[in-house]
Design a protein around this ligand. Structure first.
Ligand code: NAD
Ligand code: TYD
Length: 339
């Protein structure tokens, strides 16, 4: 069995590679990643000598290169994590989101079609459903909730999902799609809320809360996401979409206060800043389909997961100190300087 994992030097793809190498000693993993600002080979350092893992630096929009690789390696399965993933960056510069997230997915689908790949799995997001109101806790995203995107990021991910479905219906490419809620855990790039909060607290820097801090996200530990994707690869029905989430809704301010408390600090660093443009109010997944069809359920509670994640950032300073020493500083001043 040979699996192409695109975006495997990023947060979730990297965790997925660790998960798969541990669980399947007979599976070969080829990581395809162009190493953008969000891709870090240090995420794969502890497995770099594993003979089941091969790394290839390649852009998924490089049609010629991707086709040569499929020709040479003939993967059984492709799991597409590669994407531009940060909403704030998509508001600053949508172009690269459309290129990587839509056209890159199309290149991979074309290659799967040509080389008869047994499965193409698209890692999508709950953000394709837009948002839910804060005062209707009864409403949750189901797989048939209409797509209604808010940001260039979510619009690009939704476009990719539509292409994936079209390639299944028109060309018979054997696809599955999963739409997960917000992930947290080790190796998450510090621009996202949870690692940004941990690292800023450690540095004594302000904790920027967009708007009122009442926006709600549905948090899932990355290991539970990886287990769900593995299950879909083994038991999912071709052509189907699966929502992934663990009923773990928290407002942003609650999340930040929890992290402050675990690190034993005071709340004086909390700083309300101007809101994100088009800021989605609430995400909440109904995971009944994957639970009922495949028996998936999350194993890490938020209380346990956030403690473990904070401990990981404390124990792995080198990983994130290297990352925040470079381009991240320029990004940070640009995004937060005048907020
Ligand atoms: P990330 O930004 O941490 O990692 C993305 C990876 O893709 C990086 O290693 C980067 O180098 C690589 N990449 C980017 N453009 C590429 C290109 N053109 N060619 C090859 N590689 C490229 O992202 P993440 O948070 O790990 O998210 C992974 C996937 O999961 C994305 O598709 C995202 O939409 C989806 N997702 C993320 C979350 C979340 O909470 N982070 C939730 C649901 C879904
Ligand atoms: P983020 O981690 O960027 O994920 P997403 O936008 O994909 O949900 O943001 C999570 C939530 O936290 C979102 O409502 C925006 C908010 N947020 C802040 O309040 N301050 C910050 O500095 C960041 C990065 C996010």
């Amino acid at each position: 069995m040979k699996i192409f994992v695109t975006g495997g030097a990023g947060f979730i793809g990297g965790n997925f590679i660790h998960f798969m190498l541990t669980k399947y000693p007979d599976t070969k993993i080829v990581c395809l990643d162009s190493l953008t600002y969000a891709g870090n080979l240090s995420t794969l350092k502890s497995v770099e000598t594993n003979t089941n893992l091969q790394f290839i630096k390649i852009d998924i929009t490089d049609r010629k290169g991707i086709f040569s690789l499929f020709e040479a390696e003939k993967p059984n399965v492709v799991v597409n994590f590669a994407a531009e993933s940060h909403v704030d960056r998509s508001i600053e510069n949508p172009d690269i989101f459309l290129k990587t997230n839509i056209l890159g997915t199309q290149v991979l689908l074309d290659a799967c079609r040509k080389y008869g790949t047994e499965r193409f799995h698209q890692i999508s997001t709950d953000e394709v459903y837009g948002d839910l109101p804060l005062d209707r806790p009864d409403l949750l995203f189901k797989e048939d909730t209409p797509i209604q995107t808010s940001s260039p990021y979510s619009a690009s991910k939704a476009s990719a999902d539509l292409l994936v479905q079209a390639y299944h219906r028109t060309f018979g490419v054997p696809v599955t799609i999963s739409r997960c809620s917000n992930n947290y855990g080790p190796y998450q790039f510090p621009e996202k809320l949870i690692p940004l909060t941990i690292i800023n607290i450690l540095a004594g820097k302000p904790l920027p809360i967009y708007g009122t801090g009442q926006n709600v996200r549905d948090w899932l530990h990355v290991d539970d996401h990886c287990a769900a994707v593995d299950l879909i690869l083994n038991k999912g029905n071709i052509g189907e979409i699966y929502n992934i989430g663990g009923h773990n809704e928290r407002s942003n301010i609650e999340v930040v206060k929890t992290i402050i408390e675990i690190l034993g600090k005071g709340q004086e660093l909390i700083t309300y800043v101007s809101d994100r443009k088009g800021h989605d109010l609430r995400y909440a997944i109904n995971p009944a389909k994957i639970q009922n069809d495949m028996g998936w359920k999350p194993t890490t509670s938020f209380e346990e997961g956030i403690e473990k994640t904070i401990a990981w950032y404390l124990d792995n300073r080198k990983w994130w100190e290297e990352i925040i020493s470079g381009e991240y500083q320029t990004y940070y001043s640009k995004m937060y300087g005048k907020r």
